[in-house]
Design a protein around this ligand. Structure first.
Ligand code: PBG
Length: 343
């Protein structure tokens, strides 16, 4: 016991105190460190979120996310090909829709011709070997930037779910492999599952953004999809309070009971405790979204020479593996895959 060790500490040598328990022994060489390594990041753990915009053979930079670009659909398909060649299992498109397509109810989510659906059809045709994961939340399509339908200052739940289901169905029709709704409306997983099944899409899976927190780490993403200036108020009435952890368990449990095949935690690094709790509680495929703010913080510090960007990138991703995650949505996906491929 520690108390005994402490009592006699002064009179004993370090060797007597540690008695055979020298944990540094296995850290002494690269080969022994590799031998005892418990977790490993591989390319199979990566999901690449990619931003879409209108245009042809076109791409543009995103100021708040150095190194990340928005791509026209044709260029995005080329990027998907590159990702597939690197061995990245799946890609997750997010659109910056033009203002003309936005309305109060986000109805463009269900259009077969929106950016997501055009991209999905093109990728499934030209790069069939990569998995495509689509979000059916309404925020890229609403004039107010909320994930649901806004009525009299309230995000109305059930009507929002109806629209999200229409979006999910249009994505399944376009060929999406996994529907990943990020809106946090109650009951959307069950409603999406039912709609998919009754329309012949039994094999389309659902990855639930089960525990999405009302976080300030999403800032750069809103620049990326062009919703930063639009958002009225905040998302606290539907995302989880960052102070809560038991509530995250209840959210995930409900989504799993409604038919989610995979669950996700978002953001990532500040919520590792949630990932670990979900994995231990449900033993289900568990994912994490290393969000835009996390990415940009690392990039900004690295650009200033304050941290080693490459090393921090790898360490941050390994931390998700240690926390029990089966995969990671990360804007670093291409960089990481290239790095892992060099070894
Ligand atoms: C909204 C959505 C968000 C992100 C993806 N979809 C959060 C938000 O804008 O409130 C964040 C992703 C990121 O920050 O990288 N449905």
């Amino acid at each position: 016991p520690f108390s005994q060790i402490r009592q006699s500490e002064t009179s004993r040598s370090v060797d007597e105190i540690t008695r055979g328990r020298r944990l540094r022994r296995m850290r002494k060489a690269d080969w022994s460190r590799r031998l005892v390594q418990e977790n490993r990041l591989t390319v199979d753990d990566l999901i690449w979120p990619i931003f879409l915009c209108e245009g042809e053979n076109y791409s543009e930079t995103i100021t708040a996310m150095p190194g990340v670009e928005r791509y026209s659909v044709d260029r995005a398909v080329r990027q998907a090909k590159k990702a597939a060649k690197l061995g990245i299992p799946a890609i997750a498109p997010f659109p910056r829709e033009n203002a003309d397509f936005k309305d109060l109810t986000g109805s463009h989510v269900a259009s077969p011709d929106n950016l997501i659906n055009r991209f999905v059809r093109a990728v499934k045709k030209e790069v069939p070997e990569i998995g495509v994961i689509t979000d059916a939340a309404l925020d890229p399509f609403t004039t107010h930037g909320h994930d649901g339908i806004l009525r009299d200052g309230i995000i109305v739940n059930d009507e929002s779910v109806e629209m999200i289901v229409r979006g999910a169905l249009s994505q399944a029709e376009a060929g999406a492999d996994i529907i990943a709704p990020s809106d946090m409306m109650d009951g959307r997983i069950g409603a999406i599952r039912e709609a998919l099944d009754s329309n012949g899409f039994q094999d389309v899976a659902i990855m639930s953004y089960a525990t999405k927190f009302a976080s300030a780490f999403y800032g750069p993403y809103r620049e990326a999809i062009g919703t930063s200036g639009l958002l009225k108020g905040d998302k606290k009435t539907y995302y989880i309070d960052p102070a809560n952890s038991d509530e995250a368990i209840r959210e995930a449990e409900q989504d799993l009971l409604e038919g989610a095949d995979m669950i996700m935690v978002k953001p990532g690094l500040p919520y590792l405790d949630i990932a670990r709790r979900l994995k231990d509680t449900f033993a289900m495929p568990t994912y994490v979204y290393q969000v835009s703010g996390e990415y940009s913080m690392i990039k900004a510090a690295a650009a200033n020479g304050w941290i080693d960007g490459d090393k921090v990138m790898m360490e941050s991703l390994l931390a998700f593996k240690r926390a029990g995650c089966d995969g990671i949505l990360t804007y670093f996906a291409i960089e990481v895959a290239e790095k892992l491929g060099q070894k």
